[in-house]
Every structure is written in structure tokens, then in C-alpha cells.
Design a protein around this ligand. Structure first.
Ligand code: PEP
Ligand code: MG
Length: 315
């Protein structure tokens, strides 16, 4: 049920019994930053930097990047802004970096993998982020997309440190990253679960293919189990684990994610009010009960039904 106007959000996000859940905005281009800040978002949980690189034949200059990143940091004052490094490849082809001849681009050289043999683009981007962060005294966190091995977490953290960026994290978008969340988070400062891709790679269902839409839901218990594992890794290492995929914008699922141990939710700003309202109507114990039922279900529909029955506020 979509409301014509979005419900307003008054921070901070928390459950009825005061368990804090940071509620953050996803930002995909500079023009979205002002409205996102005005929505009450506690910060930015996913700043997609691709807009700066798309539709060009060459890499943007460091100065161009500093200007774009600065505009977003500026809109959010000193609040937390999680900047994702370039997620090139697959649905975001970039001629100067990715190969258009791949047979299977979703499984190809994309995201952080593009930096294995061509680290320059990443290093220029980290230099621009560091420069914008210095100028704005911002709470800048940086994360890499499509990390699938522990050694990648390690090398990304090292690359960030070389630019003075101390809060470096990994996105959990493929099952291997979820399964290895413990050792990943022994290196990285935080994890952010990209449920759009995590669903795609768990169900082996192209996220852009309408015919596979019935498979493409973050309510799938297999996906929820991977989120649960990621949270367990975060807890073991004392690291925060956020969700920045579309799952975070579904109020009932947000309660499940909190019950699984997710510490922040980042979403399109217009969803913040509804997610905050639902969380404010449930206790963290109710979230944990709902989460237990959802991960134990045998289907996405079964998980939804169990959660609907467990949370009276959804009746
Ligand atoms: C995701 O995969 O869930 C995500 C947040 O990244 P994107 O949608 O940009 O791939
Ligand atoms: Mg993704």
C-alpha cells in the first residue's frame, strides 16, 4: 500500500523499547542529496558514485570527483556518509574500465574486481574522497562493492588507509562474502549488505529479468540465512552491519533485519517514515521472534506469513 505522500520521519530511528537502528538515505546523484538530508535521514548509508562515471568515454578527473562528493558531504553537514567506490560492470558498463565482450557480465569483472589489474581508477577515486572528506570534516565511511574473498577486504582496507581513509568496509552482495563475514570483518570496519545483488547471486536469478521476478525477493529464507550469518560475523568482531538494498525499505522486512542483528538501514528517503513507524511499534524481542520464524520458513511466502502473524502491528 503506497501512500501518495511519504510519511515524515523524525530521527532517531529506534524500536518501541529504545533499541537504536540508524535510518539512513540512499543517494544516487548530487541532486538527491538536499532532499535526502531534508527527509530527516541520519546520514547516507549508500552514496552510489557511478553517476559521476556513467555516459563518459574517460574517467572523470579527480577535481570533478571532489566537487561531486563535496556537494553530498555538504548537504549532510558532519553526518555519516558511506561512499561506495565505483561499481562498474554488469548493469553499469563503463567503456574505460569494463570489457563489453564478457559472456556473463553479472559474473564478470565488475565492482571491486575491476581494481585487481587496474588500480588507478580506484586510487584516483580514493584520493578524491579523502580530499572531499578533509575539506568538510565529514564522517566519511568508504566501502567496496562486489567483494567475494577475504584478501579483497584486506587489500581494499589497505588502499583506503594509504589515502588516510580509516573507516573502510565491504559490501556483502555475494554468498561467499556472507559465509566469510567473520574473517572479512576482522579486516574491515563494517559491512553493508546489498540485498539486490545478494538475492540475484543466491537465487541465480538476473535482477533485471522480469520473468524471474518470483525468485527475486529478499524474503527468501536462503537470503535471510545469509544475512543472519553476516550479522553473526559482525557481532563476533564487534563491527556494525547495515543493509542498503531495497529490502531495507520494506517495513515488515526491516523488523526482521533488526531481529537478525542489522544495526542500520539505508533506503530511498521516501520510505524512512514508514520504516521508522513500524520499528517504533515493535520491541526488539518481537523483531527477534519474527526473524527466527522468517529464517526457519521454507519459502518467501511462508516467511512473510509467519512474520505477519507474529507482529500484531501488521494485522
Ligand atoms: C545492492 O546490490 O543491493 C545494492 C545496494 O547495490 P546496487 O543496487 O547499486 O547494485
Ligand atoms: Mg549491488
Amino acid at each position: 500500500r503506497e501512500r501518495a505522500t511519504a510519511r515524515t520521519f523524525t530521527p532517531p530511528g529506534a524500536t518501541k523499547d529504545g533499541h537504536r537502528v540508524e535510518l539512513l538515505a540512499n543517494v544516487g546523484e548530487v541532486a538527491e542529496a538536499g532532499p535526502a538530508a531534508a527527509s530527516g535521514a541520519e546520514g547516507v548509508g549508500l552514496f552510489r558514485t557511478e553517476f559521476c562515471f556513467l555516459d563518459r568515454d574517460d574517467e572523470p578527473t579527480i577535481d570533478e570527483q571532489v566537487e561531486a562528493y563535496s556537494a553530498v558531504l555538504d548537504a549532510f553537514g558532519g553526518k555519516k556518509v558511506v561512499i561506495r567506490t565505483l561499481d562498474a560492470g554488469a548493469d553499469k558498463p563503463m567503456p574505460f574500465l569494463t570489457d563489453s565482450d564478457e559472456v556473463n557480465p553479472a559474473l564478470g569483472v565488475r565492482g571491486y574486481r575491476t581494481a585487481w589489474h587496474n588500480p588507478d581508477v580506484l586510487n584516483h577515486q580514493l584520493a578524491a574522497i579523502a580530499s572531499a572528506a578533509d575539506a568538510h570534516q565529514a564522517d566519511v565511511w568508504v566501502m567496496a562493492p562486489m567483494v567475494s574473498r577475504v584478501e579483497e577486504a584486506e587489500s581494499f582496507v589497505a588502499a583506503c588507509e594509504a589515502h588516510g581513509l580509516r573507516t573502510a568496509g565491504v559490501m556483502v552482495e555475494v554468498p561467499s562474502a556472507a559465509l566469510l563475514a567473520g574473517p572479512m570483518l576482522a579486516r574491515a570496519a563494517f559491512a553493508s549488505i546489498g540485498t539486490n545483488d545478494l538475492v540475484q547471486y543466491t537465487l541465480a536469478a538476473d535482477r533485471l529479468l522480469g520473468a524471474l521476478a518470483p525468485l527475486s525477493t529478499p524474503w527468501d529464507p536462503a537470503v535471510l540465512q545469509l544475512i543472519q550469518l553476516t550479522c553473526a560475523g559482525g557481532r563476533a568482531q564487534g563491527r556494525p552491519v547495515g543493509v542498503c538494498g531495497e529490502a531495507a525499505a520494506d517495513p515488515a522486512l526491516a523488523a526482521v533485519l533488526v531481529g537478525l542483528g542489522v544495526t542500520s538501514l539505508s533506503m530511498t528517503p521516501r520510505a524512512l517514515g514508514d520504516v521508522a513507524a513500524l520499528l517504533g511499534a515493535v520491541t526488539v524481542d518481537e523483531c527477534r521472534t519474527a526473524a527466527g520464524l522468517a529464517v526457519a520458513a521454507e519459502s518467501a511466502e511462508g516467511a512473510r506469513r509467519a512474520v505477519r502473524e507474529a507482529l500484531p502491528v501488521l494485522a
